[in-house]
Write a protein of this length. Sequence first.
Length: 398
Amino acid sequence: MNDIEQQLGEFLANLGIAKDDLGITEKYILIGVLVFIAFLVDYLCRLFLVPVVKKLTMKTQVKWDDYIFNDKMLNNACHLIPAIILSITLPMVLDVDSDAYAVFMKLIEIYLVIVSVKLICTFLTSLYTITSEYEEMKTHPLKGVYQMLKIIVVSIGIIIIIANLIEKSPMSILTGLGASAAILMLVFKDSIMGLVSGVQLSANDMLAPGDWISMPKYSADGIVTEVTLTTVKVRNWDNTIITVPPYALVSDSFQNWRGMQEGDGRRVKRSVSIDMRTIRFCTDEEIEYFIKKGWINKDESAKDKFINLSVFRSFMENYLRNNPDVNKNMTLMVRQLQSSSEGLPIEIYCFTTDKEWIKYEKVQSDIIDYFIAMLPQFGLKVFQRSTGDTSQSQSIAG
């Protein structure tokens, strides 16, 4: 640094410019020229050097350098050049013990802190983009962590600027802030709680962008699009956006459908209430009809009396096992639920192979449609409270 100052001093002396011989007007004009040159170098670096660096990074096979050496990162790095040039050349014009030199140096230091903070924040943004590209990191809500790091960097920058203006040590300001910690915690309550909640959500693998969650308390039922320091954005199925505080997801209960999305099937759990007045033993004609259809084994028909509802349940279970849209490797059954004044509920419990919502709903509806349509074949009826048809179900053979 001293060698550079000495060379610049000799250069100015050769031009016939001596620092001691300059008047106030000449000094400020020369300072203006230096400022113009410093920012001109900044502009030329952004105009010529930045494109060269970008071309070099694009030729590499790795991708991380493309994110690190992006336009914002390189431009902010170039903005450091004016501060460096002025801090070197200013002693050539002003006396280092003068008040004007102290003021200009304070301005340069403040400018340097601001640009450095912007540079670090841009680097953190690039780092977040890089980590988001990895599959292992996509499932972690890292955005809130990086936002908190940016807040810390900005806070440190503000403390350094204030310390520089009042000519105090940054540590003394931090000590003073310790006394007002309660006020700071109140001001940054949401940010602090959001950071802690984000860490808990990530550490326990409770939530990640792309998950389908349901939280009726906040009218949230859709896909998580973003997890930040203070909010979790959920795009509902009607395309409305719901924001939920991260700490609410830790303190309250919510349903995450990720297990279903990553599993082998999506559950069908639907029941139809049967009119209990139509449940009875099968007649001989019905048994013959069922044997002909293959719904009853001929060897078993001579042994026991058959109940039409039992035959129907067995028939529906076989239908599900032969349905290509139903996963046979997961739980599959047709069962009775507790009877009530609304009839005897028969529930279908199985899993579809296709988990996509529209296709799942179609498969589920097709199964229930077939269930209801086949009931008259077994002399059964669906229970309905209000119906104009008061006639009893007739047997198939009759």
